[in-house]
Every structure is written in C-alpha cells, then in structure tokens.
Design a protein around this ligand. Structure first.
Ligand SMILES: Nc1nc2c(c(=O)[nH]1)N[C@H]1C(S)=C(S)[C@@H](COP(=O)(O)O)O[C@H]1N2
Ligand SMILES: [Mo]
Length: 428
C-alpha cells in the first residue's frame, strides 16, 4: 500500500547518492548523546538569563508592552544579589555550552542530511508532522545559535531586535527538541544496545564497515556505500577536539587567564593599560553623549520622595562615606571581569532622595538612545550592602569608557544593567 507518491529519483533524491559509510543511526545517536547535555545546559542558563534581566520591572521590558515574556519571574522574588558571581557563572555556562555545541551540531546535521531527501518524502500523516517539526528543530536551532554568535560579535545585520528573536527562537527550538527526543529515544537506545555506545570507535580503517540501517525505519545509513577514507574515531575525535577547543577558548573569557586572548568567537578585548584596562562593551565614543555633559558641570539627580530632585556633583559624592567592593561585571556575551570598585551605596542615595525603604530604582543614563538608557533594579538589588554608584575603580577615577562620572555596580546583576554614565536615579 503506497498512498504517498515517490519523487523522481534524481540528484540527492536518488537512492545511492549519499555514499559515506560513516553515516547512520549509530553516528547520529552518538553525536546526539553529546549534544543533548550541552543544549540542556545552554537552554536552562539561557532562560535563567532572561529571568536575571527582570523584564517584568518597569523600564526593563524587552517586549513592547506587557507581552508574553515580560511577566516571567519564577520565584516572585526577582534576581538575587548573592553569590556575586552567579550571573558570571550562569552566563559563562550559557555561552561556553552554546559555542561548544556548534561543531557537534554541524556534524549531526551532516550525518542526517540524506534524510532531508527521503523519497518518498512523506510516508504517513504522522511522518509528515514529524518532518514538519524538524523544520522547527533545525531552523530554530540554527537560528538561535547563529543569532547568539553574531550578537557576541556585536553584529546586527538583521532588521529585528536580538533579544526577543533569540528568546522566541529558543522556545520553538526547545519545544521541537522535546518532541524530537521523545520520538527518537527508543531508536537511539536500540542502536546503542545493538552496536554499543562507543564500540564502533575501536575499528581501524580496514575494519570500518558501512553502518547498517535499522529494519523498518528510514535512517541516514547509505544504501550503496563508498569505501571508507576515515575511521569513525577520527571523525568523532575531530568533532570532539573542535568542540572542546572552541569551548575552552570561550571559557577563557569567563574565568580569565591565558586562554582569554584566544576566544575567537568571543572577542571582547582589553583596552589600553593601567587600572582601567579591562574589557569595554560600548565605548564612550560609541554612545554619542556630548563631552561637556560629563565634565565639571555634571550633577547626579536623585528623585524619590520630594517634589524637586536633589543634585550632587562628583566632589560631593566623593565626600560621602565610600564603600569598597570587589565585584564582577558579567556580560550577556559570556565574558566577565572582576574589579575593585569604590563608590556610594545606592541605599545611602535613596535616603538622600527621601526614600527610606526603596522598592525599586530606575537608573537613567546620559546616553540618549537605546534600551540601556533606563534600567530598573529590584528591592534586594538597591538595598544590598555592596550595591554601589561607583566613582572609582582599582584606586583611580573611572575612565570614560567605564562610565565616568559614575556607574552602577551591583553583585550578580547582569553586566547589561550595570549602567554607565549615570545621570539620574529615581527611587520608588
Ligand atoms: N549607559 C550604558 N551602560 C552600559 C552599557 C551601555 O551600552 N550603555 N553596556 C552595558 C554592558 S552590555 C556591559 S557588559 C557593561 C560593560 O561594562 P564595562 O565596559 O565597564 O566593562 O556595561 C553596561 N553598561
Ligand atoms: Mo554586556
């Protein structure tokens, strides 16, 4: 009974077009079993990052208006301030696992590529639906990883905003992946049971045989295989080495150290020399703040209880009790950098603004445009002992690139919310 027609057997649709003897369900399963834990870590830490942004708080909204995603607050508590390295760790894991997954994902797609040209293309309604879900799986996966990588390059060739696109792409991808795993797990377990998890890696070239298919299942195993030119272990070792290598290079940007300069896919460099020589995401020159707005005429405006704002210059702020804290800036791009900051506690400034017990703080930058011009912190973040309006770093004044005259530093706050060039603090 053949209810669904065959396409003409031409080009890649022809049985026998795909000849690599290494392709097949065992190789696909092995690569999947390496890919799945990496993707799980990447997905969980990705959704954690969304939580850490606190899009439900006022100016943090990522989507226009109170759309889905903005109300996402798992604990109802907001993001914590302890341990201080929390976001550096979760976002570091996100970027390292995502980058390490790339070579394995590409190898997996290479392995199953013949299945794209299955002929007949559709065997049943269920089979059609399953193949349709693969469009979301492959499309969503490639889209999410590609947008992540080019975001790290600060390259936005597309006409849509990165965060919602990456977020919704990830949701589609994870949903399709859950379905895919549920559908394929039995086959994977069967293949490992029959062929062993790693046993085929032992074969030298002379013993490398084409992978057999599985009776009754359409697989990527070749119908007519060519002679092997590569062992399975060479293929797997090459993919594994690429994955570990790329992952280690990205990890250099998270933990620092000699690998730091090798992070080709995470290229945030240091700037200059001296106490201010640590990575800069957006330079002062890039944001378009007029030079005279950060000169001697700069005043911090504090708003809250009273009708009129309180204004303080840098000298007055430096005359207040100073707090010291060694804290990381942890960027969404995965890199982090721990520095020694000095400044005035945000809670101290709240009291000057006439707010004893601030619920939230909206930080306004002098920066004229962009989502980072206004950022909102939760109660725990404003009231933390080490939540600072930093004036100095490593014993010297902040450089312009690091936010002079003043910037926000709060333990475990995502780097993107550590506002530079602060102009106004609005306590509520
Ligand atoms: N006003 C403003 N503040 C900002 C940014 C910005 O673009 N504008 N970038 C943020 C991001 S994404 C990060 S990771 C940190 C980087 O701080 P640094 O350049 O001092 O290392 O600053 C944050 N503060
Ligand atoms: Mo960042």
């Amino acid at each position: 009974m053949r209810r669904f027609p065959r396409l003409p057997a031409v080009g890649p649709l022809r049985e026998g077009f795909w000849r690599s003897p290494l392709r097949g369900p065992w190789l696909a399963s092995l690569l999947s079993s390496a890919l799945l834990p990496l993707i799980a870590v990447c997905a969980v830490t990705g959704f954690i990052s969304h939580l850490a942004y606190q899009p439900q708080l006022g100016s943090n909204a990522i989507f226009n208006g109170p759309g889905p995603g903005n109300g996402f607050d798992l604990y109802g508590l907001g993001w914590p301030t302890s341990p201080a390295w929390l976001y550096a760790a979760t976002q570091g894991l996100h970027v390292v696992s995502g980058i390490a997954a790339i070579p394995i994902l590409l190898a997996k797609l290479w392995t199953v590529l013949p299945k794209l040209f299955e002929n007949p293309p559709v065997l049943s309604v269920a089979h059609a639906l399953e193949r349709l879900s693969l469009v979301l799986l492959v499309g969503g996966g490639l889209f999410t990883i590609a947008t992540g990588v080019i975001n790290i390059q600060l390259w936005y060739p597309f006409g849509f905003p990165f965060v919602p696109a990456h977020y919704y792409g990830a949701i589609l991808f994870v949903a399709a992946l859950v379905l895919h795993v549920a559908l394929k797990l039995p086959l994977m377990l069967r293949v490992f049971r029959e062929r062993g998890w790693l046993r085929p890696l032992r074969d030298d070239l002379a013993h490398t045989r084409p992978e057999p298919g599985v009776p009754g299942v359409v697989t990527s195993a070749p119908a007519a295989a060519a002679a092997p030119t590569l062992t399975r272990r060479a293929l797997v070792a090459g993919v594994g080495a690429s994955s570990v290598g790329l992952g280690a290079m990205a990890a250099g940007q998270v933990v620092g150290g000699p690998l730091n300069d090798l992070a080709l896919l995470a290229p945030r460099g240091r700037r200059g020399a001296g106490p201010n020589a640590f990575p800069v995401n957006k330079t002062f020159a890039a944001v378009g703040i007029p030079r005279d707005r950060v000169g001697s005429g700069w005043r911090l405006e504090l708003r809250g209880g009273g009708a009129s704002p309180t204004r303080l210059g840098r000298a007055e702020l430096l005359g207040m009790p100073q707090t010291h804290a060694t804290l990381p800036i942890a960027c969404v791009e995965g890199w982090s950098t721990t520095q020694h900051w000095t400044g005035v506690r945000l809670l101290e400034l709240a009291r000057l603004a006439g707010v004893e017990d601030p619920e939230t703080l909206e930080v306004r930058s002098l920066q004229p445009h962009g989502r980072l011009a206004r950022v909102t912190l939760n109660r725990g973040q404003v009231q933390d002992d080490h939540a600072l309006l930093a004036l100095r770093v490593n014993g010297v004044d902040l450089s312009l690139d690091h936010g002079y005259p003043a910037r926000v530093i709060v333990p475990a706050l995502p780097g993107v919310h550590c506002t530079k060039w602060v102009g106004e603090l609005v306590f509520a």
